[in-house]
Design a protein around this ligand. Sequence first.
Ligand SMILES: Cc1cc2nc3c(=O)[nH]c(=O)nc-3n(C[C@H](O)[C@H](O)[C@H](O)COP(=O)(O)OP(=O)(O)OC[C@H]3O[C@@H](n4cnc5c(N)ncnc54)[C@H](O)[C@@H]3O)c2cc1C
Length: 385
Amino acid sequence: MTNGKLNREVFDVAVVGGGISGCATAYFLSRSGARVLLLERHDLNTEASGRNAGSLHGQIQHEPFLEEGEEWARNWLPALRFLADSLEIWDGLSEELGIDLQVAKRGGLLVADHPDQMPAIERKVALEQSIGIDSRVLTGDELREIAPYITDDAVGGELCPIEGKANPLLAAPAFATRAVEHGAVIRTGTSVEGFAESGGVTEIRTAKGAFAARKVVLAGGDGMPDLGRHFGIELPISSGAVQVSVTERIDPLVKHLVYYAGGKLTFKQAQAGTLLIGGGWPARQNAAGEWVLNPESLRTNLGIATRVAPVVSDVKLLRTWVGIGNGTPDHSPIIGPVPGHPNVILGFYPYMGFTAGPLMGRVLSRLAQDEEPGVDLRPFAPDRF
Ligand SMILES: Cc1cc2nc3c(=O)[nH]c(=O)nc-3n(C[C@H](O)[C@H](O)[C@H](O)COP(=O)(O)OP(=O)(O)OC[C@H]3O[C@@H](n4cnc5c(N)ncnc54)[C@H](O)[C@@H]3O)c2cc1C
């Protein structure tokens, strides 16, 4: 007999969400011998984890630093530490997973083209250095020497050597592939619609039947507020669509992950030779409420990219796409058990969750096995809001 509650398998851990956080969690759990179920409502890697710009971030982002101020940045340092520690996992990840994730860490460059932009960069670098990040202030000449493709108007900037890029189309699927090899069960097209906790086991209700697990990890990205509500917690996760553009392939030119101190920009060259241009420019909603391309954002984004790296103006744009990005009020992650529900663990990193994904997976897998997470999670407590 295979139907009926009595014969249903009770998994050690059920992970909700097949983005990089959930797939990495399933990998680390299954690798350590846990019996894991991963549930994804669509296909794996179809939301933010498969639509992002592939930047591996390791510096305080300049725009929130200017907008939120130095006090905010000081409080955000534990979240920066989390990114830096995750970047160390990225270093060996292709080898560990046996799949080339196109990880390259040749440094991030924040470009200033006005002297007034430099004092904020200097303060930001000092904060990064205070937690051991090896970033430094550059003069305009130093900047142009290491990045000749940058505008002659550059007056200086910052180099953050731990930053880089990876291919977002490869990372979460690679974790999932290896998780399955270690025995994880993955069910796609399976939307989680409810939970019932009883006797140390959680029933997970989906449109395709119910599953059971002793621990549940919620790694649902944009779906986290709905998932949290099932356990009575209101997660203040904001949601907004942003766009990324890709050009035709050009010869290797741009080594760094490039930012601009005067406006929103991330800019890099993928291993394939294409230039990826983004930085959080908003998409727009059409009359049907769907997120679609915002031409005004595209124009401004490309204008900034061209100003910082004039070569962009000669390269053909191939495609622009839209993805939902998510934030928290303090820009810090939400990690830990739901208050009053010790068997249900939340894992969410705002804005830069691709970079954070590998460490998020390791931390969530440890929490789900009642192990020390290896990270001080107090600044990320779900009930801090
Ligand atoms: C356009 C764009 C560019 C970005 N650029 C970068 C970048 O360059 N670098 C960087 O570090 N970060 C970047 N980010 C952010 C990064 O992509 C995300 O923070 C990260 O991918 C989040 O991963 P996740 O696994 O937590 O969530 P997701 O990738 O969103 O995965 C969550 C999954 O959970 C599933 N799910 C939700 N609810 C349910 C449910 N009820 N039942 C079943 N399944 C459910 C969803 O379908 C989804 O597949 C960018 C984001 C966007 C949108």
